[in-house]
Ligand binder design. Structure first.
Ligand code: GLU
Length: 471
């Protein structure tokens, strides 16, 4: 048994990069330029609450500026540190490249437990952090555009947008300085559900390819597949909800902070969320078995394991005991580098985070476009589509001399609204990205798995951009 420590999150991401880079011919020096963060800003600032000052530490890492703006969330969590923020920024670069979003990668974090503060205090802290980042060029519609991440959401994004607007009142694109805003503050329909929706679209696409499904030993479609989900936050909740309600997956266990619940009949995600909101955890959820050691349930027998919480949940310690055949990485970095090797050796298939959870940034891209174009998607075309539908119905009725059934009329008369267009664009992005990744997996030499294939897709695109720029 080796005594070597597991690589850090950042070292693990870099090792994954190296594994992919080794299969490509990258000019000397350029590989380091792509791999390492361009800059990291660390800030400490005090916030006064009544007579006391509390110090906060935050970071914003810019990984790659081969495309601008750079993009990535801001997380509020007690465990945030520079290694984590840099690792997440690097993942953002690869993620954007994989789903063809023309942004570089960035990530921010504030070391704080948001549960320890009330809304008013959080607003002051968020605005203060935002001011620090804005004044150093780490928030700007053209350079660096944050978004929600763990511990933040639409509310924090609205505060950040308002702080930016105050500091840059003449910037006509001010709203595009951050994405994931409330829809009433320049946000876009479908952004909240986007990452979970993207997980659903990605899994659907995976199951459209029997050759790939065969690698897992599973058969058929998503229907009836037994899934274990870790984390009922924004990503896990939406992924579990859509997969169970729309694809007939059975959610046989949900792992939360206080433990896990299991039910072979399948859990109703909405009910579990309502219970968690009311009782602060999953314990006591009716008609399900409760296990206090939630982590142990990651090892439960199931078809698909969906870690949708924190990074480093599957390590070399528990990896050998994972029984799921397919691991769908809805969180960022849930599988460590060592665990990845063990799982692959055990024949497990992983849908890597850099692809699987990219739905959030895809829809962020749509929101940013909406903000800089100052028009809602569908505003121009929706009624024209309805007119086309009406003409089609009239033509059919004239020629066939019988009425078009009411349900069909309804479909034909529905012009695509913003949510329809966002979902359509997200679905297309996830499908195409998966097709590019599997093409690399099946046609290139020495590509052992989907993660290496995804990194190859990403690194090739970043490399091409640098080469064309002549950097
Ligand atoms: N925080 C999300 C992620 O990790 C979204 C980033 C974004 O929309 O910019 O992908």
């Amino acid at each position: 048994m080796t005594t070597r420590q597991e690589p850090s999150f950042l070292d693990g991401v870099n090792l994954m990069f190296d594994r992919a880079a080794a299969t490509l011919s990258i000019p000397h020096g350029l590989s380091e330029q792509i791999k390492l963060s361009n800059s990291v800003y660390q800030v400490r600032f005090p916030v006064r609450f009544q007579d006391e000052y509390t110090m906060f530490t935050g970071w914003r890492a810019v990984h790659s500026e081969h495309r601008l703006p750079v993009k990535g969330g801001i997380r509020f969590a007690p465990c945030v540190d520079q290694d984590e923020v840099e690792a997440l920024a690097a993942l953002m670069t690869y993620k954007c490249a994989i789903v063809n979003v023309p942004f570089g990668g960035s990530k921010g974090g504030l070391r704080i437990n948001p549960r320890e503060y009330n809304e008013e205090q959080l607003e002051r802290i968020t605005r203060r952090f935002a001011r620090e980042l804005i004044s150093k060029g780490f928030i700007s519609p053209s350079l660096n555009v944050p978004a929600p991440d763990m511990g933040t959401g639409a509310r924090e994004m609205a505060w950040i947008a308002d702080t930016y607007r105050e500091q840059s009142p003449t910037d006509i694109n001010a709203l595009a300085c951050v994405t994931g805003k409330p829809t009433t503050q320049g946000g876009i329909s479908g952004r909240v559900e986007a990452t979970g929706r993207g997980v659903q679209y990605a899994l659907r696409e995976f199951f459209r390819h029997p050759k790939d499904v065969a690698l897992t030993g599973l058969k058929g479609t998503l229907e009836g597949k037994r899934a274990v989900v870790q984390g009922l936050g924004n990503v896990g909740y939406h992924a579990a909800k859509f997969l169970s309600e729309e694809d007939d997956c059975k959610i046989v266990a949900i792992v939360e902070r206080d433990g896990a619940i299991l039910s072979e009949r399948g859990l109703v995600v909405e009910d579990v969320l309502a219970h968690v909101r009311e009782h602060g955890g999953v314990a006591g959820f009716p008609n399900a078995d409760y296990v206090e050691n939630g982590l142990q349930v990651l090892e439960a027998d199931c078809d698909i394991l969906i870690p949708a919480a924190l990074e480093r949940q599957i390590t070399r310690e528990n990896a050998p005991r994972i029984r799921a055949r397919l691991i769908a990485e809805a969180a960022n970095g849930p599988v460590t580098f060592d665990a990845d090797e063990i799982l692959r050796a055990n024949g497990k298939v992983m849908l890597p985070d850099v692809f699987l959870n990219a739905g959030g940034v895809v829809v962020s891209y749509f929101e940013w476009i909406k903000n800089i174009s100052h028009i809602r998607f569908g505003r121009l075309g929706r009624r024209a589509e309805e007119v086309r539908g009406r003409n089609t119905i009239d033509l059919f009725e004239q020629m066939m001399n019988r009425p078009v059934p009411a349900t069909m009329q309804e479909k034909l008369l529905h012009g695509a609204d913003e949510l329809d267009l966002v979902r359509s664009g997200l679905d297309d992005s996830m499908r195409l990205a998966y097709q590019e990744i599997r093409e690399v997996l099946h046609t290139k030499n020495n590509i052992p798995d989907l993660r290496t294939a995804a990194f190859v897709v990403a690194v090739e695109k970043v490399l091409r951009t640098y080469s064309e720029m002549g950097a």
